[in-house]
Design a protein around this ligand. Sequence first.
Ligand code: PEP
Ligand code: MN
Length: 348
Amino acid sequence: MILPKNNRLSSEEVAQLSVIVAEFGCRIQPIVGDIRTIYAIVGDERHELMISRLEGLPFVDRVDTIQSPHKLMDRRSDLANGRLRIGTVTLGEELLIIAGQCTIDPKNPQYFMETAQAVQEAGAHALRGGVWKPRTNPYSFQGDAKSLETLMEASRLTGLPAVAEVMEAGHVQLALDAGVQVLQIGARNALNYSLLRQVGAAIAGRPTAVLLKRSIHMGPLDEFISAAEYIAAFGNPNVMLCPRGTLPGLDGYRNHPDESITPLLKEKTWAAVVVDPSHSVGKAAYVPACALAAVAYGADGLCLEAHVNPSQGIGDDPKQAVTPRVLAELIVRARALHATLRRPTVPA
Ligand code: PEP
Ligand code: MN
């Protein structure tokens, strides 16, 4: 990782770096951070001669060779000083609330418009709406690209940035062209390395962020952080890590709630942790407790499924979506808990 003296290098300077690292079989990948751009050396960056030649350049501050499988997302990385902003919220300062329907129903788009308005009034900062849906059953509703227009119209009317899941490169382009600000990579695709690469490259140098769900098939936490590293290594480090329940299922819950990994993630990485209690527990009645537990564990945000009329929803909404009234109450409590935990304790 090459840290320049100034915030950004000129293209001539990047070309000079490229010539040197190419001699050692490596290439340069700029990673556009919030504060400055850093230049990752892709390949084996441990050649002593290469490092000293790079450090000899007048515009290079230093070369960091963090020995970590996820050196960009690592807590010790220079990117740790950046701050990700979603709408009006700076992650790490204020609790981010993403809320909206699991699925936009193309036959009843008016529900989504009402839900969008309602989640904004309840205090949400970003609007989620499923356009393309990964479904376990091939005969279930798979989503509809037409709903992208509904999502963006609701986003414009409420002023809330839009969050949508993408499952393939074609979705990524359509979503970006429409103005989606947060791309969700779902639990089923969090181990799809070619999609992770495509997303990182498609949003390189853009303010777009990614909500990366934890796959239920992920083992050690490093596997989750490495999935985020893929996106960062291809050009965009704006990744939020999203625990959303894992295996084995807990009798009565949809998945095994995993908000408790939040402090572990924070020990290893600087990335914001945004927990999804809706998919963790899978039942609206259990969502508030799980959401508050996530905040108690130190989450920087919550991603919640909500619907103005859950029983008339589709996808997960009839089971998981909370009503706007429950959402509003939950947001007040979650914010209060978040603020209490950030207040310094009085020394004994
Ligand atoms: C969703 O957010 O509606 C979704 C499908 O999530 P996950 O990938 O976590 O199952
Ligand atoms: Mn869902």
